[in-house]
Design a protein around this ligand. Structure first.
Ligand code: GDP
Ligand code: IMO
Ligand code: MG
Length: 429
């Protein structure tokens, strides 16, 4: 039985949450494997809108939902999110929700450091979500993180705190900030520990059991390939690997378990935060895409930058992440345009490129080469089958699939769960 790995193939916010929610009813478990509460995944089911940052999107359908070891977990953000969702009627308990006990924690000092650095960088800032993601991953790799399993041993935390605070105190001194308040940190951890520990377990074991029973696992990525710390627009990236391969290392299952790689692709391009964006439109057309697509960040409320579809970037993301098929989302946002453009290559220093170069200066200087297509009369909004789509919209989708050299498996035509066209079932592949 095939499993499915969902990843974003652009700069995040492609509609991963909607697609994971739609697929979740066919899955037996949904696993988050990287990122943290920098993610913002929106699900629309009838009148209800659910905004998830840390919880796997499967929680809304009651599917077993697991936070894997590759995630950085802010326990206070987790508690707030669980309480918010419970307020919306979602049932979350130790039967349907588990957290990897080897997950590193995001502490208040991580958010503080993130903000201090961004403030100090001025115009050169990354435009992070300010959630402490980068500093928490640094501490994980630096072998000084406090992890979920440590919450059960808080009376023996002193040697770890020594290592952690030695590092942070030096950094804080550089910013003219006071040393870490250790007593306050320990007290806060003691208070939150029982809440987190009720869900904590070696989730690799649970997943092994689930897999052995023939269950279908859905891996839910956060961010997008262009924000990947290796493959993205470095340094304007997040601090984790967002590519499909991380589903294995970030959950405790081998690569053979990750199955069909479903790349989520928006029918145009958006980005939130700083960094290169070749097809960005800082004109009325960009404004129109933003308004029609409601392009405001789920986490920070920031206005997302908008531009035409960039087939070069998506082709590269699909190759790097081994994408089997894509879900093309927000096609309806392009309804009503007389013409639409697709970027098919770049010009850089008099040369034509069919890929996105690695160097930041080259990334900033490439000029998009566009192909223009007619828009379509009528609407794709709410379409649930190919037959509902205008012929010209089908042409656009077919051209996208040709240029990115990857087939379309799903098409999404509104925020609503059921407004989805199934072309090729990823679970049956
Ligand atoms: P994620 O981070 O990839 O899960 O995406 P976000 O939830 O941050 O942003 C995607 C936004 O687009 C959300 O507000 C979704 O409700 C919405 N959305 C998803 N699919 C579609 C679609 O096909 N059409 C429209 N109009 N909106 C969509
Ligand atoms: P979802 O899962 C869009 C961006 C931030 C910033 C950069 C680094 O909803 O698609 P970080 O806080 O991670 O250190 O910020 O990454 N970013 C996202 N952009 N969608 C996201 O998640 C993002 N998560 C981080 O805006 O540019
Ligand atoms: Mg988002």
């Amino acid at each position: 039985m095939a499993n499915v790995t969902v990843i974003g193939a652009q700069w995040g916010d492609e509609g991963k949450g909607k697609i994971v929610d739609w697929l979740a009813s066919r899955a037996d478990a949904v696993v988050r494997f990287q990122g943290g509460h920098n993610a913002g995944h929106t699900l629309v089911v009838g009148e209800q809108v659910y905004k998830l940052s840390l919880l796997p999107s499967g929680i809304v359908t009651g599917t077993l939902s697991i936070i894997g070891n590759g995630v950085v977990l802010d326990p206070w953000a987790l508690k707030a999110e669980i309480e918010k969702l419970e307020g919306q009627g979602v049932v979350i308990n130790t039967e349907n929700f588990a957290i990897a006990d080897n997950c590193p924690l995001i502490l208040p000092i991580h958010g503080e450091l993130d903000m201090m650095r961004e403030a100090a960088a001025g115009a050169g800032k990354i435009g992070t979500t300010g959630r402490g993601i980068g500093p928490a991953y640094e501490d994980k790799v630096g072998r000084r993180a406090i992890r979920v399993c440590d919450l059960a041993h808080l009376d023996h935390l002193e040697p770890q705190l020594d290592r952690l605070c030695a590092h942070h105190d030096a950094l804080r001194a550089g910013f003219g900030e006071p040393m870490v308040d250790r007593a306050k940190l320990i007290a806060a951890l003691k208070e939150i520990a029982p809440f987190v520990l009720q869900y904590a377990q070696p989730v690799w074991k649970r997943l092994k059991k689930v897999r052995k029973a023939g269950a279908r696992i859905l891996f839910e990525g956060a961010q997008g390939v262009l924000l990947d710390v290796d493959h993205g627009t470095y340094p304007f990236v997040t601090s984790s690997n967002t590519v499909s391969g991380t589903a294995a290392s970030g959950s405790g299952l081998g690569p053979s378990a990750t199955g069909f790689v479903l790349g989520i692709v928006k029918a145009y391009t958006t980005r939130v935060g700083s960094g290169p964006f070749p097809t960005e439109l800082e004109d009325a057309t960009g404004q129109r895409l933003g308004e029609r697509g409601h392009e405001f960040g789920t986490v920070t409320g920031r206005k997302r930058r908008c531009g035409w579809f960039d087939a070069v970037l998506v082709r590269q993301s699909c190759a790097i992440s081994g994408v089997t098929g894509i879900a093309l989302t927000k096609v309806d946002v392009l309804d009503g345009f007389d013409t639409v453009k697709i970027c098919t290559g770049y010009r850089l220093n008099g040369k034509v490129l069919d890929y996105f170069p690695s160097h930041a200066a080259d990334q900033a200087n490439v000029e998009p080469i566009y192909e223009e297509m007619d828009g379509w009369p009528g609407t794709t909004a709410g379409a649930r089958s190919w037959a509902d789509l205008p012929a010209q919209a089908i042409k656009y989708i077919q051209r996208v699939q040709e240029l990115i050299e990857t087939p379309v498996a799903l098409v999404s035509t509104s925020p609503e769960r059921e407004d989805t066209i199934l072309v090729r079932d990823p679970f049956q592949d």
